[in-house]
Ligand binder design. Structure first.
Ligand SMILES: NC(=O)c1ccc[n+]([C@@H]2O[C@H](COP(=O)([O-])OP(=O)(O)OC[C@H]3O[C@@H](n4cnc5c(N)ncnc54)[C@H](OP(=O)(O)O)[C@@H]3O)[C@@H](O)[C@H]2O)c1
Length: 319
C-alpha cells in the first residue's frame, strides 16, 4: 500500500510517499481503507522531532514512520472479537497509539476508537472533525462544564480546534466570544459567536471579570495575562503545553478567588465524543471548516501550510 513515511526528523520535506506492507488487524482491531485524514499538531511535533514528542516518536530518530492521528474510511476486515462494526461500514476515528499511522491507504485501529457514520457525512468532513472536534468537545464538556449562560472566550477561534469550540459552545447555550484576526471575523461570527474580538485592534486581556471559561488554543498570552478577564471561580485552559501553565496549575489551590489554570491533554473515551460529534453533524449543529483538501501525495504542502499558524479550520488529506 502507499503511505507517507519519514526516516529522519526535520521540515515537511522529510515526508515522502512510499510502498509499505499492508497491516493486518489484531485482536479487537478493525482494518480501515482510509479515505481522508487531516494535518494535526501532533503530526508536526513528531515529524520535526520536537523534544516533547520524542518520548513517543523516538529519541534519536523516528521509530514509527507513518504519521496521522485521525481518519475516515470504510472497514475492510475485522480482527477477532470485534462485533459492533461490520465490513463495509463507513467509520470515523482517531489513532489511539502514537504517532498514529493514518497517512496511509490502510490502517488497523482498536474498534473502540471508531464510530460509524452515515453517507450524509463526507469522509473529508468526518476526518476534519475527528481529532480537532474531539479535543474541543472534551475540553468544553468535561472541563469547561458547558451549560446555558456560561460566558466563554475562545482564543484561536478560526483554527482547527477553535472552529469546533465556537460551534460546540454555542450549541450548549454558552455566550461565546471568539478571538481572531480581521480576515476571520466573518467566519467566526458565522460559526455562532455572539461577539468577536479582532486581536489586531483590541486586546482580549483587557476584559475584567468577564468570562467563566477561557479556552486558549494559541497561548500567546498566559494565565497571568488572562486572570483578570476571568470571573471568580472561572477556568483558563490552554491546549498548548508551556512550563508557565504547569506552574500556574500548581498554584491553583492558593488562589482565594477560585480562578484556576488548566492544561488540557487527551482524547477521553473516543466513542463517546465521536458519537456526539457525529450526531451534532447530522442535526446540522456542527460543520467542518476545511481550508484546503489535498491528495495524500501533497502532504508536504499540507504541512507547510499548517506550520504558518494561519490555517482557517482544517487541512484535509484525501487518500
Ligand atoms: N493538548 C491537546 O490535547 C491538544 C489537542 C489538539 C491540539 N492541541 C494544541 O492546540 C493548538 C492549536 O491547534 P490548532 O490545530 O487548532 O491550531 P491552528 O489550526 O494552527 O490555529 C490556527 C489559527 O490560529 C489563529 N491565531 C493565530 N494567532 C492568533 C492569536 N494571537 N490570537 C487568536 N488567534 C490566533 C489563526 O487565525 P488568524 O490568522 O486570524 O490569526 C488561525 O486561524 C496547537 O498548539 C496544538 O498543539 C493540543
Amino acid at each position: 500500500m502507499q503511505a507517507v513515511v519519514y526516516e529522519r526528523f526535520g521540515p515537511p520535506e522529510v515526508l515522502r510517499v512510499a510502498e509499505v506492507p499492508e497491516p493486518s488487524p489484531s485482536l479487537g482491531e478493525v482494518k480501515v481503507r482510509v479515505r481522508a485524514t487531516s494535518v494535526n499538531p501532533m503530526d508536526v511535533v513528531f515529524r520535526s522531532g520536537e523534544l516533547k514528542g520524542r518520548m513517543f516518536s523516538g529519541i534519536l530518530g523516528p521509530k514509527v514512520s507513518i504519521l496521522g492521528t485521525d481518519m475516515a474510511g470504510e472497514v475492510v476486515a475485522l480482527g477477532e472479537g470485534v462485533d459492533d462494526v461490520q465490513v463495509g461500514d463507513r467509520v470515523v476515528g482517531i489513532t489511539p497509539g502514537l504517532p498514529g499511522g493514518a497517512y496511509a491507504e490502510y490502517l488497523c485501529v482498536d474498534a473502540s476508537a471508531v464510530v460509524t457514520i452515515p453517507t450524509e457525512i463526507g469522509y473529508a468532513e468526518a476526518a476534519a472533525f475527528s481529532f480537532a472536534g474531539l479535543s474541543s468537545w472534551l475540553f468544553l464538556q468535561k472541563i469547561g462544564g458547558m451549560e446555558a449562560g456560561r460566558r466563554v472566550l475562545i482564543i484561536g477561534a478560526s483554527g482547527g480546534l477553535g472552529t469546533f469550540a465556537v460551534q460546540l459552545a454555542h450549541h450548549y447555550g454558552a455566550e461565546v466570544t471568539g478571538v481572531c484576526s480581521t480576515r476571520n471575523v466573518e467566519l467566526v461570527n458565522s460559526l455562532g459567536a455572539d461577539e468577536v474580538i479582532d486581536y489586531t485592534r483590541d486586546d482580549p486581556t483587557d476584559a475584567r471579570d468577564a468570562y467563566d471559561v477561557i479556552f486558549d488554543t494559541v497561548a500567546v498570552g498566559s494565565f497571568g495575562a488572562y486572570r483578570g478577564a476571568l470571573r471568580p471561580g472561572g477556568v483558563y485552559s490552554t491546549t498548548v503545553m508551556k512550563p508557565g501553565v504547569l506552574v500556574a496549575m500548581a498554584l491553583n489551590p492558593l488562589r482565594r478567588s477560585g480562578r484556576r489554570a488548566h492544561f488540557m491533554v487527551g482524547s477521553g473515551d473516543p466513542q463517546e465524543g465521536l458519537g456526539t460529534l457525529r450526531d451534532l453533524f447530522i442535526e446540522g449543529a456542527l460543520r467542518s471548516v476545511i481550508e484546503l483538501q489535498l491528495p495524500l501525495q501533497q502532504v508536504v504542502e499540507g504541512h507547510r501550510l499548517y506550520e504558518t499558524g494561519r490555517t482557517r479550520g482544517k487541512i484535509v488529506l484525501t487518500v
